[in-house]
Write a protein that binds this ligand. Structure first.
Ligand SMILES: *Cc1c(COP(=O)(O)O)cnc(C)c1O
Length: 360
């Protein structure tokens, strides 16, 4: 067996210890004589997996009592519709556009009401986070929406926007559990788990209880009402059971690493190695303004498309895979989520150094 250094933006690298544990339990989960995949979601064993996962996530993120944790399906993209369907009582929401994902969420919300753009960084290919200290927040806005870490462009909100008292909704798909957050500042904090937590097919929604109501837009399907899933403890229908089981293992792994404060320190150290290298390189450069750089997704270019292509090819040959950047940015992107070890980032920068010397 040989594992590569996987820099994919998602689905992405998972902790090897978690994969090994899942492999060990594949045929017989804790004496049940079956795999978690084969288990009734109404069984005691699965209920325990779900309860433990929620309890560990609550502990990791210090989630207040008045928030519900929902394990749902449909990916982050289904939330682009579910959020307005449940929250747009005045049919108005404000959006800060910092990349493709917030733009998609904004477009989808526009199907249900007035979706206003109150700030955007599209003028410079989303390479920075706009100043959000004094935005023209709409008086009747049901919520203000952000994508907190921009997976494609490699920017991150270092400070939350001033929503002037309006509910903040944040897509944290690509920075979920990468550092501590103050959940009480959000109405909804949600993300697909396939970037930093687990296998594709699970989306976690952390939602303040007062936002869970029967008063949703007319025609909202039962499956798309937060209340349906909150009332049923994420068991209204068959949940993505195996995915939740893996997420639960990742939560345990994170606790073992020291929790989110320790993860933040580790992620900062890891990202610093790559950014320091990029800042002194005469071949490679980062595409994001330094103050808004993400700890999770690091886009960079050589400025020469052919050289970029050669680098990606040779890197893959050396065991550094999925380094191709998003088509709208070009160049390269290294996603260095929680499970990417520091040794992987060190090895990558050494490879870049060697490539730079050979191609001067
Ligand atoms: C990947 C990603 C999405 C889309 O997730 P799906 O689960 O594929 O719908 C949305 N937002 C962000 C920030 C992402 O990184």
């Amino acid at each position: 067996m040989s594992r590569v250094y996987n820099f994919s933006a998602g689905p992405a690298v998972l902790p090897e210890a978690v994969l090994q544990e899942a492999a060990d339990e594949m045929l017989d989960y804790q004496g049940t004589g079956m795999s978690v995949m084969e288990m009734s979601h109404r069984s005691e064993s699965f209920q325990q997996i779900l309860d433990t996962a929620e309890a560990d996530l609550r502990e990791l993120m210090n989630i207040p009592e008045n928030y519900k944790v929902l394990f749902l399906q449909g990916g982050a993209s289904l939330q682009f519709a579910m959020i307005p369907m449940n929250l747009m009582k005045n049919r108005t929401a404000d959006f800060i556009l910092t990349g493709q994902w917030s733009k998609k969420a904004w477009k989808e919300a526009g199907k249900y009401g007035k979706a206003n753009v109150i700030a955007s960084s599209e003028d410079r290919t989303f390479s920075y986070i706009p100043d959000c200290s004094d935005l023209p927040v709409s008086k009747d806005a049901d919520y203000v929406y952000i994508c907190e870490n921009n997976t494609i462009y490699g920017t991150k909100f270092k400070e939350l926007p001033n929503t002037k008292g309006k509910t903040l909704v944040a897509d944290v798909s690509s920075c979920f559990l990468s550092e501590p957050v103050d959940v009480s500042k959000y109405g909804i904090i949600y993300g697909g788990v396939q970037k930093n937590i687990g296998p594709a097919g699970v989306v976690i929604v952390i939602i303040r209880e007062d936002l869970i109501t029967e008063d949703v837009l007319p025609g909202t399907p039962t499956m798309m009402q937060y209340k349906t899933h909150a009332d049923a403890g994420s068991l209204y229908n068959t949940p993505p059971a195996y995915g939740i089981y893996i997420c639960g293992k990742v939560f345990k792994w994170l606790k073992k690493q020291g929790g989110l404060t320790a993860m933040k320190a580790y992620n900062e150290k890891k990202a610093q190695i790559l950014y320091d290298y990029l800042d002194q390189s005469s071949m490679f450069s980062g595409t994001v303004v330094p103050e808004d750089r993400s700890l999770m997704n690091v886009p960079f270019v050589t400025g020469d498309r052919e050289l970029d292509a050669r680098f990606i090819r040779e890197a893959a040959g050396a065991g550094f895979v999925n380094l191709k950047g998003h088509r709208t940015v070009g160049g390269m992107r290294a996603s260095i989520y929680n499970a990417m070890p520091i040794s992987g980032v060190k090895a990558l920068t050494e490879f870049m150094q060697k490539f730079e010397e050979e191609n001067r």
